[in-house]
Ligand binder design. Structure first.
Ligand SMILES: *Cc1c(COP(=O)(O)O)cnc(C)c1O
Length: 414
């Protein structure tokens, strides 16, 4: 093993003691003196990994003894020092037993569900889930004899009534996609635990910085690293963090499916991780400022932002979350579609596009009435999902104000 001097900036001397999250993000997943002192870990590109001797090939543990990070690398698909660095940093951040990386947030969801659900199982999924997760359940899990039942995101401890003898897991996402319902995770997890049912949480919105699902009873968390970990809209990545009995099942399935991630994407995610606290503070502050301004506009029916007192589960949000991020929704008062189009086409600083979590602000129209089955999701007007980036909020308000003027002008002319 390479010696680890106390001044290597990796915080390795403090392993076991609790450094603050900012310090952990700046230090974890680094071993400068294992690669000539360079601060960042190199991007290991590779499929084949060579064994020095026949004995090493037959007994990989011998290889581990020679490896700078003490890990065994056998083949590119099964990991590399670059991948391990990101997994270690994220496992430390999440307080997870293991972290697994996947090529996208959706593949993290599909890998977890495929790993944990067996033929004949019943799973409970929140009605407010990210829509492609729903599509995966309806199209793929169904093919393998897994029954998905959607539940009201506000069900809380009432989930107990839906748990059957063959229920395998409860899938949660808080806040919900597009509509931002806050789930009462503790009673959900307590009801699940009492029946031996696993709890999975998609924590993409809050990130581990602002919500820690393991502290409230989750067994597995999923993050679309594409969003705030990468943070620059230049790569896709999925993160699975697990504890307890779920670890082995996910490890096996992740390997069997041949899920692997590209080294450049991992490097971009490691870079994003280092600045995540600073970026999220700004996303949070600017989004709240923009959302509060939006609440004063007469064209807006309502703003749906969990950190605002107007949010129906604001009190619940405060008990679970230590912060908010850049993503929230608003509903326009009823408008002809042409007026809505005029608004979006007038945007100049805001971009119009899917995904979020980068430094840039986005606004997209959404409609969830079609996809919900357990709950009524008629918004009463056109939904707009905002992602507030790192621009000056004053410029964003001016941009959106001009777009609202164009919308009004269209309506008045019609
Ligand atoms: C974007 C998103 C995902 C999927 O991530 P991709 O990397 O785009 O596949 C999953 N869950 C939530 C809540 C998301 O917002």
């Amino acid at each position: 093993m390479t010696h680890s001097p106390p001044h290597d900036g990796s915080g390795s001397q403090n392993r076991g003691t609790k450094l603050s999250v900012e310090t952990r993000l700046a230090t974890r997943g680094r071993r400068p003196f294992a690669h000539s002192g360079f601060v960042n870990i190199p991007t290991h590109r590779g499929s084949t990994v060579l064994y020095e001797t026949y004995a090493d090939l037959k007994n990989p543990e011998r290889k581990a003894e020679k490896s700078p990070d003490g890990r065994v690398y056998t083949y590119g698909r099964r990991g590399s020092p670059t991948i391990t660095a990101l997994e270690d940093a994220l496992a430390d951040l999440e307080d997870a037993e293991r972290v697994f990386l996947t090529p996208s947030g959706l593949s993290a969801i599909s890998t977890v569900l495929f790993a944990l659900a067996n033929a004949g199982d019943h799973i409970l999924v929140t009605d407010s889930t990210y829509q492609p997760a729903r599509t995966f359940c309806d199209n793929q899990l169904r093919r393998f004899g897994v029954e998905t039942e959607y539940y009201d995101p506000l069900i809380g401890g009432g989930i107990a009534d839906l748990i059957r003898p063959n229920t395998r897991l409860v899938y949660t996402e808080s806040p919900g996609s597009q509509t931002f319902e806050i789930q009462d995770l503790s009673p959900i997890a307590a009801a699940a635990k009492a029946r031996g049912v696993l709890v999975v949480t998609d924590n993409t919105w809050a990130t581990p910085l602002f919500f820690r699902p393991f502290d409230f009873g989750a067994d597995v968390t999923i993050n679309a690293g594409t969003k705030y970990v990468v943070g620059h809209a230049d790569a896709l990545l999925g993160v699975i963090a697990a504890r307890g009995s779920a670890v082995q099942a996910i490890h096996q399935c992740h390997g069997d499916l041949g899920v692997s991630v590209g080294p450049d994407d991992v490097t971009l995610a490691l870079r994003g991780l280092r600045t995540m606290t600073v970026r999220l503070e700004r996303h949070q502050a600017s989004a709240i400022r923009f959302a509060e301004w939006l609440e004063t506009r007469t064209e807006i029916e309502r703003v749906i932002h969990p950190a605002l007192p107007s949010h129906p589960q604001h009190a619940l949000w405060k008990t679970y979350f230590t912060g908010s991020t850049g993503l929230f929704s608003a509903v326009l008062k009823p408008q002809p579609e042409g007026a809505v189009a005029a608004l979006f086409d007038a945007l100049n600083v805001f971009g119009m596009g899917f995904s979020w979590g980068g430094y840039e602000s986005l606004a997209v129209p959404f409609d969830c009435a079609e996809s919900r089955t357990a709950t009524e999701a008629d918004l009463g007007g056109q939904g707009i999902r905002f992602h507030i980036g790192l621009e000056d909020p004053a410029d964003l308000m001016a941009d959106f104000e001009a777009a609202l003027d164009r919308m009004r002008a269209f309506s008045e002319a019609a």
